[in-house]
Design a protein around this ligand. Structure first.
Ligand code: AMP
Length: 329
């Protein structure tokens, strides 16, 4: 059984792309591995959120993960900032992280280009904090997107460097969790590209029926098929891809057949798709609202999660301090 750790960005609400591309797999993964899920609230400080925004988004994301089916009885779900051990390991790792290698990471270079007015030390050492998050639980697998692969490589480097420097075989070198063929990409409703919050084309799991219907009815289409068995254009294929995720397979087959024989009416397709998305997201929204409004329950889970996560974190830190020479006289 692998120890799997996944950080969750505490920015913004979850959309159906996040669900099918990540959450659905996380829910499955928690039954097959020892999973740690944490909300990366320290990491979010690089963009300087207000206290109210920080608190609000952490609560939102925590409740959304639970509503999606992450089970705190099975997995360890916690806030990064509840583990002081992480900050200490981050400090220790920073001593062996070199400016040159940190400056060369693609994610850092991207930030320098995108926000030259806010190139802070937290951004530079982002991969060190990420490494601390992972190795403090001696995790072996990390589900990462393409943009985080280089940072995971840095984690391996820091773990290896520690082992080498202190002549120990203490930290495992974590590798990317492979979801195999189950990873899907959910497209946006604007005819091209993927669904994303920064793309402004997302349907959120917490959107109500009216909002969902409005968004779907506005989705980009084309002027319709003109030949039998024509390949769908990108915007139509996108609607079929979303339909494949949320609808019954007969529904998708029905509209694909209609497309093939040129009888499809896009208004009907969209109406059906909107209904199916609403039906799919309804239980999520209900569960989310229940959880979000129950502060006592949330507080209890956060406390229990921190307590569970601190078991492995404090053991690691104790071992690391000793290996490094911080010992009692
Ligand atoms: P983000 O919201 O970009 O931070 O992504 C969080 C997780 O959701 C990552 O694992 C992404 O790969 C996944 N994800 C984001 N957008 C999509 C999408 N449109 N389709 C599939 N997966 C997605």
């Amino acid at each position: 059984m692998d120890i799997v750790l996944s950080g969750i960005r505490s920015t913004g609400k979850l959309h159906i792309g996040n669900y099918f591309g990540a959450l659905k797999n996380f829910v499955k993964m928690q039954h097959e591995n020892q999973c740690y899920f944490f909300i990366a609230d320290y990491h979010s400080l690089t963009t300087h959120p207000t206290p109210a925004d920080l608190h609000g988004s952490v609560k939102q994301v925590f409740a959304e993960y639970l509503a999606c089916g992450i089970d705190p009885e099975i997995a360890t779900v916690f806030l990064q900032s509840d583990l002081p051990e992480v900050s200490e390991l981050y400090l220790l790792l920073n001593m062996n992280a070199y400016i040159g290698e940190l400056e060369r990471t693609t994610s850092f270079k991207d930030k320098v280009r995108l926000q030259p007015e806010n190139v802070n030390a937290g951004l530079l050492t982002y991969p060190v904090l990420m490494a601390a998050d992972i190795i403090i639980h001696r995790a072996t697998k990390v589900p990462v997107g393409k943009d985080q692969e280089q940072n995971l490589e840095m984690t391996r480097k820091f773990a290896r460097r520690f082992n080498h420097m202190y002549k120990v075989d203490y930290f495992p070198e974590p590798t990317a969790y492979n979801f195999g063929k189950t990873l899907v990409k959910i497209p946006g409703l604007d005819g091209s590209g993927k669904m994303g919050k920064s793309e402004g084309n997302a349907i959120y799991l917490t959107d109500d029926a009216k909002t969902i219907t409005k968004k779907v009815m506005k989705a980009v289409t084309d002027s319709g098929p003109t030949m039998q068995d024509q390949e769908p254009s990108e915007p139509i294929q996108n609607l079929f891809t979303i339909m494949q995720a949320v609808s019954e397979s007969e529904t998708l087959d029905y509209f694909k057949d209609q497309y093939k024989n040129c009888t499809i009416r896009y208004g009907d397709l969209k109406k059906q798709l909107a209904e199916d998305i609403v039906r799919f997201t309804d239980p999520f929204r209900e569960k989310f609202e229940d959880i979000y409004s129950n502060n006592t329950y949330l507080r209890k889970l956060v406390n229990e999660g921190a307590e569970k996560a601190r078991v492995s974190a404090s053991q690691t830190l104790k071992d690391v301090r000793e290996i490094m020479g911080f010992k009692a006289f």
